[in-house]
Design a protein around this ligand. Structure first.
Ligand SMILES: [Zn+2]
Length: 130
């Protein structure tokens, strides 16, 4: 990945960070803490419980995205050569995936084996380019 491409991703990440922070309900500090803790100390009224738990799940997701955005920006600053490489297997992450999620840390294969049930076949880099 050359510097111009990294610069483009950096601008996208900065825009994403600004967009999330502009909503005002989460902070960069919150994102540095364990995302699971965020929003847990609310005194929920029984009737409002459902919508509050939906809202806090949404905040949690956005906090998670924000913390990944911050981590990606830190990588771009600290070790730019590692940006765009999977943190698990160090294979390049597909350009299409990075364009959708410039904060992606895992390639599709590693993400899949983290998310879903493990397949016994192992790596599929050679046949799966998505
Ligand atoms: Zn990987």
């Amino acid at each position: 990945m050359d510097e111009a491409v990294r610069g483009r991703f950096q601008r996208e990440l900065l825009a994403l960070k600004a967009e999330i922070l502009a909503a005002g309900d989460i902070t960069a500090d919150a994102a540095r803490e364990d995302p699971v803790k965020v929003g847990n100390d609310e005194d929920a009224q029984p009737l409002a419980e459902m919508s509050q738990s939906i809202a806090s799940t949404r905040n949690r997701n956005r906090t998670g995205v924000l913390s990944r955005v911050l981590a990606a920006l830190a990588r771009l600053e600290g070790e730019p050569e590692s940006f765009g490489l999977c943190v698990e297997c160090e294979e390049p992450i597909a350009a299409k995936r990075l364009e959708l999620m410039p904060y992606a840390e895992l390639c599709v294969d590693c993400q899949r084996s983290q998310d879903g049930p493990r397949t016994k076949g192992g790596r599929r880099h050679l046949t799966d380019f998505r």
